[in-house]
Design a protein around this ligand. Structure first.
Ligand code: ZN
Ligand code: ZN
Length: 101
């Protein structure tokens, strides 16, 4: 599709609204503060998949709404730490939770 076309622009707009709404619903469901450091700035928050499955942090809201029990809210900084622990020490979410709290 031509990227300049009105139809394409409209599609982008709808996608944005749709995604933002899902994001808000996901935050409403799981709360909007970091599990570890209680950061409350939504811009700094992401949803982490606690079973360690690969997950996209920018476009995961649909999965969060579908399976909220699989996700936890953390800030970007703690999220990096969580994945570092997972990859470097092979810790799972429960173990990390114990170490951190
Ligand atoms: Zn944090
Ligand atoms: Zn993660």
């Amino acid at each position: 599709m031509n990227k300049e076309s009105v139809a394409y622009q409209n599609q982008l707009r709808w996608q944005r609204i749709y995604r933002r709404n899902n994001r808000e619903r996901a935050f409403a469901l799981l709360g909007s503060k970091c599990f570890f450091c209680t950061q409350r700035n939504k811009k700094a928050l992401v949803f982490h998949e606690r079973h360690g499955n690969y997950h996209d942090t920018r476009d995961c809201f649909r999965s969060v709404l579908r399976n909220p029990q699989d996700f936890v809210v953390v800030c970007k900084r703690c999220h990096t730490g969580v994945h570092f622990c997972m990859e470097t020490f092979g810790l799972d979410w429960e173990a990390i939770k114990e170490q951190m709290c």
